[in-house]
Write a protein that binds this ligand. Structure first.
Ligand SMILES: NC(=O)c1ccc[n+]([C@@H]2O[C@H](COP(=O)([O-])OP(=O)(O)OC[C@H]3O[C@@H](n4cnc5c(N)ncnc54)[C@H](OP(=O)(O)O)[C@@H]3O)[C@@H](O)[C@H]2O)c1
Length: 282
């Protein structure tokens, strides 16, 4: 029996959807507060026979984390440790999800699991502590970056709306990373259920949001979406001041996880994402 926390979120909903038919699972949202050990323990005791816990719950609003540091810390650092403790108590394995924001993003080469971390934001610091606490208890931690999909708020969904409503859009061209299609990551997680240790997963190909925007306009146009944007203008990240400092370069080296799962290029995943949005326009 699998337990998916954060099941109403972007990744959690993709993971629930990716489960093969007949696989028994439980899903929880806010009703089981992962920051509350007793609440996590009570849920686990009420549901014996758990073999795996996949933690997709997080305080994921990176800017808001600067104002709600305690809440971010409780969810992102204490939460995974609580789940790891309860997983151990019940003989289950924990798969916990972390982020590229654990890096300082100052370098210019793909980052491996062994590269030094150096988070520059509250979100990144709390997520790093969460992954360390989970790893100390024998969990599998999968870092990911720039997730997009149908099940929650994200840059790519917003971008598709902008392309259909705005004649001109500005996108950053001085921040590099790897996009991750939520259903691809969900499928990868299901192959990692019995692993331990630290891994990194994102779709292949390093890109800026500007490059992604150009590709999305092209693919969406070919699929028949009504596109209104004539001009996509590359701008520096400094055009969008925000409380949380974003890493400038946070592209992963995914060689380690590629020994276990096959990863496709983000452009292929983008086409699938667009096809998924099609019924709304037909
Ligand atoms: N999105 C990205 O681009 C990205 C990039 C790198 C890594 N990640 C990591 O990937 C994982 C999944 O992210 P996501 O984008 O799917 O996040 P998400 O859409 O915000 O989903 C997280 C879910 O967790 C819930 N939650 C928050 N605090 C909770 C608590 N204390 N107890 C139980 N549930 C709680 C949230 O509920 P509410 O909606 O009510 O707050 C939400 O439904 C996270 O670990 C995140 O750090 C995400």
């Amino acid at each position: 029996m699998l337990w998916i926390t954060g099941s109403k979120g972007l990744l959690g909903s993709a993971l629930c959807a990716a489960l093969p038919e007949g696989v028994p699972f439980l899903e929880t949202g806010r009703e089981v507060d992962i920051a509350d050990l007793e609440s996590v323990r009570a849920f686990s005791r009420k549901n014996p026979g758990m073999t795996h816990i996949v933690n997709c719950a997080a305080f994921s609003q990176v800017d808001a984390a600067e104002d709600f540091k305690d809440q971010a810390y409780r969810t992102n650092a204490v939460g995974p440790e609580n789940l790891a403790i309860v997983a151990k108590e019940s003989g289950a394995k924990l798969i916990h999800i972390s982020t590229d924001y654990v890096f300082d993003g100052k370098g210019r080469k793909p980052l491996t699991e062994k590269d030094p971390t150096g988070p520059r934001s509250t979100y990144g610091k709390t997520k790093l502590e969460g992954e360390e606490r989970a790893l100390n208890q024998g969990a599998c931690v999968i870092r990911t970056s720039w997730i997009f999909g149908s099940g929650g708020k994200n840059f790519v969904s917003k971008l598709l709306k902008m392309l259909q409503t705005q004649p001109e859009i500005r996108l950053t061209d001085d921040q590099w990373g790897r996009f991750t299609y939520a259903p691809d990551l969900a499928a990868a997680i299901l192959k990692m259920l019995d692993k331990e240790g630290l891994y990194q997963y994102a779709n292949m190909g390093v890109a800026t949001k500007y490059e992604f925007g150009l590709a999305m306009r092209e693919e969406a146009f070919l699929l028949g979406f009504p596109i209104m944007t004539d001009a996509i203008i590359p701008v520096p990240g400094s055009c969008f001041p925000a409380p949380c400092e974003r890493p400038t370069y946070s592209a992963f080296d995914t060689t380690k996880i590629e020994q276990i799962v096959t990863i496709r290029h983000w452009r292929e995943a983008l086409k699938d994402f667009l096809c998924e949005q099609m019924p709304a326009y037909s």
